[in-house]
Design a protein around this ligand. Structure first.
Ligand code: ATP
Ligand code: MG
Length: 438
């Protein structure tokens, strides 16, 4: 790329140099010919009196020796020429400058010499006595003028080419350096000084790089959390089992320890299930996933029925309100979504509390609300409860068997459905979660 830019810049420079040269030469030659004709005109003004007086010897001596003077009669026969034997000269009536002079009083012509690289400029004018006075001068052709200036031109060109090579080099360097620097150390992208046009590109790379770093961090954190969460129940299980193994436990203890083992392995199972579910939801949308028109009200009904027993256990009333509403969705995911929201609303509730599930249409949208009169979520935690393993009150959540993954799963499901989730909560008053399906 660097080489390409270099080459192109140089080509442009060379083209510009040549074009300028050709154009200035042409302009110069134009001016030059005008000048020559002006000179010839002046000569002929000076000469015409002498010619009329036939004072030929006089002007033969006085005028510029390079000036050729010819006197021609109306019929084209040459009656005088200071450089040739006019008796032998052919009839001049067909020469363009003579024809023009006969028509308009004066005429001009430029002719290339066949033998030398010279051009002859002719100026003819009609005299008072009807004869035609023609003055002409041999002048170097444009090519010979050009030729004589070739060394100078080459020198200028060399200078220009060298300076454009230098310029091209500096410019490409300025163009390429930030990109190269960026490629070498993405971490210090902020410090690289880029030019305006490159900035959006750099910003984007920066952002993407930060995202990658962040998601790597999150993954690492998640792995650490998972290990920790798995370790706790396993330690308990191992402890209980060891006590039974050594025969130190009384029969009643054995019963108690077995139930501990049962509870902890149950917890392990839910944990592992949740983790597997999360990683499933994490992998970008799989094609085989079924999306269909689903009656959200029915899904809510099934969930409320299923959780009725748990609600009674927590001394909470759980009811469903609303109408039949259809959304484009995945049945299993919507089941999980409702289950997790209702389960939280029941678990983080107070005795004699209420949980209300609502499903209703609003304009073209479908709204799902799960509202409880429970303990609420403190302001500072409201942004975080959708994070994996985040629990407001670790001890309470654990005692109720929570893993802190429920709302993380909910968040993924909502995203998969292109829906929106909104949380309103006040401590000791309750929580309202609204999901809007478009
Ligand atoms: P899991 O749902 O995986 O069994 P969990 O309920 O602890 O475990 P989440 O559902 O993700 O995890 O909830 C995260 C935390 O948010 C909970 O531990 C709880 O502190 C808080 N929370 C969630 N829902 C409510 C609610 N309705 N009222 C009060 N706090 C809530
Ligand atoms: Mg939960």
């Amino acid at each position: 790329m660097k080489k390409k830019i270099n080459l192109q810049l140089m080509l442009i420079a060379i083209f510009a140099i040549v074009a300028t040269l050709v154009m200035t030469s042409a302009a110069f030659y134009d001016l030059f010919s005008e000048q020559v004709f002006d000179d010839l005109k002046i000569y002929s003004r000076i000469l015409d009196k002498d010619v009329l007086a036939e004072n030929v010897e006089y002007f033969e001596e006085t005028v510029d020796s390079k000036l050729r003077i010819t006197v021609i009669q109306k019929d084209g026969s040459v009656i005088f020429d200071n450089m040739a034997d006019f008796d032998e000269m052919e009839n001049h009536s067909q020469r363009p400058e003579i024809m023009e002079a006969l028509e308009q009083g004066e005429g001009t012509a430029i002719r290339m010499s066949k033998t030398s690289d010279k051009n002859t400029f002719y100026y003819a004018s009609v005299l008072e006595n009807g004869n035609i006075l023609r003055v002409s001068k041999e002048v170097q052709s444009i090519w010979s003028i050009f030729e004589s200036s070739v060394p100078m031109i080459l020198l200028i060109m060399a200078a220009l080419v060298i300076s454009s090579i230098l310029m091209a080099h500096i410019l490409t360097k300025r163009l390429i350096t930030p990109v190269e620097q960026l490629a070498q150390n993405l971490d210090q992208a902020q410090e690289i000084h880029a030019y305006e046009e490159l900035q959006p590109f750099m910003d984007m790379i920066n952002r993407q790089h930060e995202d990658i770093v962040k998601s790597a961090q999150l993954r690492q954190e998640f792995t650490a959390n998972v290990s920790h969460e798995l370790k706790t129940p396993l330690t308990s299980i191992s402890g209980y089992a060891e006590l039974i193994e050594t025969g130190m436990a009384s029969p009643e203890d054995v019963q108690r320890f077995a139930s501990g083992i049962h509870k902890n392995s149950q917890r392990l199972l839910t944990l592992i299930n949740d983790i597997i579910r999360l990683s499933e939801l994490d992998t970008p949308s799989r094609q085989e996933e079924m999306f269909e028109m689903i009656n959200l009200y029915n899904v809510a009904q099934t969930c409320v029925d299923m959780l009725q027993f748990s609600a009674q256990k927590h001394k909470v009333t759980l009811k469903l309100e609303g109408d039949e509403c259809y959304v484009q969705g995945n049945k299993q995911m919507l089941d999980e979504l409702l289950y997790n929201l209702c389960d939280n609303a029941i678990r983080y509730n107070n005795e004699n509390g209420r949980v209300t599930v609502q499903v209703y249409p609003e304009n073209t949208k479908t709204i799902l609300v799960v509202q409880d009169t429970g303990i609420g979520i403190p302001k500072e935690s409201q942004d975080r409860i959708f994070e994996r393993f985040y629990r407001v009150d670790k001890s309470r959540s654990k005692s109720t068997g929570g893993t802190g993954l429920g709302l993380a799963i909910v968040k993924h499901i909502v995203a998969r459905h292109n829906a929106d989730i909104h949380l309103e909560s006040e401590e000791k008053k309750g929580t309202k979660i609204t999901v809007t399906f478009v």
